[in-house]
Every structure is written in C-alpha cells, then in structure tokens.
Design a protein around this ligand. Sequence first.
Ligand code: SF4
Ligand code: SF4
Length: 280
Amino acid sequence: MIKIIISVASGKGGTGKTTIATNLGLSIDNVALLDCDVEEPDSHLFLDIDLEKVEDVYLSVPVIDEEKCDFCGKCSKFCQYNAIGVLPSKVLLFPQLCHGCGGCTLVCPKGAITEEKRIIGIIEGGTSSGVEFYHGVLNIGEPMATPVIKTLKKRISKGKNAILDSSPGASCPAVETIRDSDFCLLVTEPTPFGLYDLKLAVEVVKHLNIPFGVVINRDGIGDDRVEKFCMERNIPILMKIPQSEDIARLYSNGKPFVLEMPKWKEKFVQLFDKIQSGNV
Ligand code: SF4
Ligand code: SF4
C-alpha cells in the first residue's frame, strides 16, 4: 500500500487536535508521528517515551565586516524582512528578523558579508509503542517557527506513513505543516467558536489544494451548525468523538484512549484505511 502523509489541524487550540493525532498514530502500523506545534509541543505527554535530541535547527545569519563595507545600502534594500539597516557609517543587524535567505550576502558588492549559524531550536525524537516520534522545539523568544517545522518534516521517510500534528490556527506554522500533506484532518467542536475557526481552516486547506475531512470532537455539546456547514459544503465528516467521561478521564491522565478502548482503535484504523484508499 502507498504510504501517506496526514496532517491534523484545527482553526483554534483546545479542540482535541493532539488527541486525534496521537490516537491515530497509535492505531496504525509503520508510522512516524511528528508534533509540528513547535511553539508548544505536547504530543509527547501522551506517549510513554524517552526523548533524545537528534539535531539542532539553525539559521545562517549575516555577519558584516565593516572594514570591507562602504555602506552602500544594497543589503538593506534587498532584505524584505528589515533585518539589516545601513547608516552612513554603521550597519545594524536585527538577527531575530533574519530569515536566513542568504540574499544580502549575494548582493553585497564588496564581499563584506559572511554567514554564521544561529541555533533557533532543536529536534527531539524517540519511539513509543512502535511509533517513531519526533517533535521540534523552538527556543524561547525566537519568532520563526517555520524553519524548525521544515527541518522536522525532513524526518518523513518514503517507507512510512506520517501523521503531522499541526499548530492551531491558520498562520504560517500551520500552513508550513499542512503543505505537501496527502490529506488533512480538520478537528473541530460543535460550537459557534468551533464553526468560526473551522471556516478559517477550511479556507487554508482549500487554498493549499489539499483533500480534507472533518473530525468532530466532543460531539453532543453545542449545536448542529458545524454539521450543517459541512453538509452544505460537501465536506465529509469522517469521525465524531462523543463528549465522554471515560475519554476525558483518560485524557486528563495523559493516556491516549485507543490504548484502553479497542473499539476506538478499530475506528481509527477504519478512518486511516478510508483516507489511504482515497475513499473519502
Ligand atoms: S551591501 Fe555590503 S557594502 Fe553595501 S552596505 Fe551592505 S554590507 Fe556594506
Ligand atoms: S539573510 Fe536574508 S533575511 Fe537575513 S538579513 Fe540577509 S537578506 Fe535579510
């Protein structure tokens, strides 16, 4: 069977996205689970796992040799991110704004710019219940999550299925995670807030042209507006997880519920098979 990449996303935090990603990952064979919510990774809390650092994530940022520089301003003009300012006799660098594109080095006519590596985060990994697991951790105070996500996604291998737990929302980190997935599961709750955020998430996956379906978590609370919205738009609802004391108790103990409730493991396997076969 062909291996697939499934991203799990949601328009807002707290909808149960990580619950879906971990339970799905623990239900299927030959899988890597990647927690791409690098600003607040928490999937590992639901896995019995010893994490080890596997690599640093760094950006190549410019270093200016003012002996060679004639303060022409070409580097500053080139930089789209305002990471370099040139004064009459000084070049100001703002490393935290730098995206490490290397463009300023190329445009400098005096060869006054070299690059140095600045570590912005790490990738950690381990194995739990047969699941290969990795997550990225963005260093505190660093503004750019996407280089960490890009590095993390290099851990996806052709011979394995991959489940990517995205950060919530519809901004750059979520887009970076979802991009290149074969399928995206959008997790929501049947509430007005859930619907509002689902609509934003739907726009993102449509824009990225990724096939997608919806998982309704805590089904039974709220109202039926999410279901009506999905029906009107022909969006498949692939799973409903009821508001359940048993599931909530396992969640609060950091236990994926498929480990204690085999019928749910079966449902996640069926969900995966459906997506893998393109029968959504
Ligand atoms: S482009 Fe090079 S020479 Fe010009 S201001 Fe920037 S560092 Fe200096
Ligand atoms: S590497 Fe790119 S983003 Fe960084 S300062 Fe140079 S031009 Fe700007």
